[in-house]
Each structure stands twice: as structure tokens, then as C-alpha cells.
Design a protein around this ligand. Sequence first.
Ligand code: NAP
Length: 251
Amino acid sequence: MQDSSSNSSQTSTVVITGASSGIGLGLARAYLDRGFNVVANARTDERLAAAAKELGNPARFLGVAGDIGQRATAATLIERAVARFGQVDVLVNNAGIFNAKPFVEYTEEELDQLVATNLKGFVYASQAAAKHMVARRRGHIVNITASIALQPNQQVPAVLPVLIKGGINAATRALALELAPHNVKVNAVAPGIVDTPLYTPEMHGFLNGLAPAGRIARVQEIADAVLYLTGADFTTGVVLPVDGGMSTGKW
Ligand SMILES: NC(=O)c1ccc[n+]([C@@H]2O[C@H](COP(=O)([O-])OP(=O)(O)OC[C@H]3O[C@@H](n4cnc5c(N)ncnc54)[C@H](OP(=O)(O)O)[C@@H]3O)[C@@H](O)[C@H]2O)c1
């Protein structure tokens, strides 16, 4: 569903959650480069304004601030996308937090935060988008999960993020089945470790050693996989690792 291959004469529109930094910001840039309209969500207007300035394409960019863990944010996101650009062709569920620590040390607050952002965010945004896409009989939902949910790593204890990302990997396939008769695709990209502001340069040496490829991913490499799936019209229910081999086996 690249813009150039769309049957519609309208420019295609992607909604990206968590698009003020890291992978989400890179996705916004990649979709703008492909000619899409981009509707970007993050929690604050300030961070979205900074992203808008960096991307420099105000005619095809709309920022919609709000906590994606709140149901109302998802409804507003889709409503405002439709009001500004006419339709939503793609939703990328990217907003997420990742905190690695021993299982017994997770606090109740951390659990609540993970459930709100990573799980409820996925559910609410996907529900709002799916209703719109089913009515149009066209659309694509892409979930950004994590390769560590496919193959946990003893050096990176992260049971709670893995619990939710692994659940979304399973839900990707189940929702793909449910929505296939409506011409709506559902796929996931499962990154390994990606060069984002989450990691300081001092951490890169350790992180590079976690992948058989011997390095972490560039944000563009995650965006390439999302764009590939967006353009692959007969591909649904796939969880695509982009992890330099991390989830392939033990090395
Ligand atoms: N980086 C990696 O190595 C890696 C590996 C595997 C998977 N992933 C996944 O990739 C996704 C993006 O990660 P990233 O590394 O790019 O993270 P990041 O740089 O921390 O970006 C996270 C984005 O989500 C937004 N966000 C956080 N909580 C939100 C909420 N409640 N409502 C709306 N927006 C919210 C943040 O915006 P504001 O702070 O401005 O609200 C920010 O734009 C996540 O789902 C993550 O689990 C990342």
C-alpha cells in the first residue's frame, strides 16, 4: 500500500503512535519520503512540534497529542486523521516502553505503565483503526513488537515487556485472521536492539554483542521492514524479526 500503488486517487495516510522520537520518528520520515500523509501521536504537543520541525513537511503532517493508554486518545487520533486527510490507510502501533530488570523487582507502577502504554495502547488504537478500515474494506495495521519476545535472552531480563510484546505477536496473527475477510492486513515487525536515544553510545559495545550480526539496527532498517509489509498486499499475519539474527537461535 505504497502511495504510488494505491487504487485511490487520494494520498495514502498513515497514523503512527509514539512518533516524537526513535523508531516512530524514523517511520514518520520514511512514510513522508514515500508520499504518505503522516498523523503522528505522542504525549505532548511540545515533542510533536519538535518532530514536525525536524521533518519539515507541514502540508502532509499532523500531530495529535495524547496518552495512547487512554481510549479517548485513539478515537481522537483516527477522527482527526480522517477530518484532515480523508481516511486512514495504515496504523503503526509503535508507542511503547521497555524496561529490563529482574522479574521480582518490577513495581506495581511499572506494571501499570507497561499495560497502559504497550497493551491498552495497542488495543485502543487498533480497535479505532479497524472499525474505520473494515468500513472502507481497506487497511493495514503494523505492530512494532520485539525480537526478545521470540527468543528471550538471559543477559537482558525483561519478563514484563516480553509478556506484552509476545502477546501482541500472537494477537497479530489472530487479528489478521479476523480481519482478512474485510481486506484489512495485520502484521508485526519485531526489532532486535535499535540505535535510538534509549541507549547511550557507552552501551553500544555490550549491545552489539547481543546480535549474531555483531551490531545493533539502524532505525531506517526497521522502517524498511514496515514499508515492505505496507507494500506487500497479500502478506498478513506475519511477525517479521529485524534483529541481525538474534531470534534465529543460540550463538
Ligand atoms: N529501541 C529498541 O532497541 C527497541 C527494540 C525492540 C522494540 N522496540 C519497540 O519499538 C517501539 C519504539 O521504541 P523506541 O526505542 O523508538 O522508543 P523511544 O525513542 O522511547 O520512543 C517512544 C515513543 O513513544 C512515545 N510514547 C511513550 N509513551 C507514550 C504514551 N503513553 N502515549 C503516546 N506516546 C507515547 C514517546 O513519545 P513522548 O515521550 O513524546 O510521549 C516516543 O515518541 C516501542 O514499542 C519499543 O518497545 C524498541
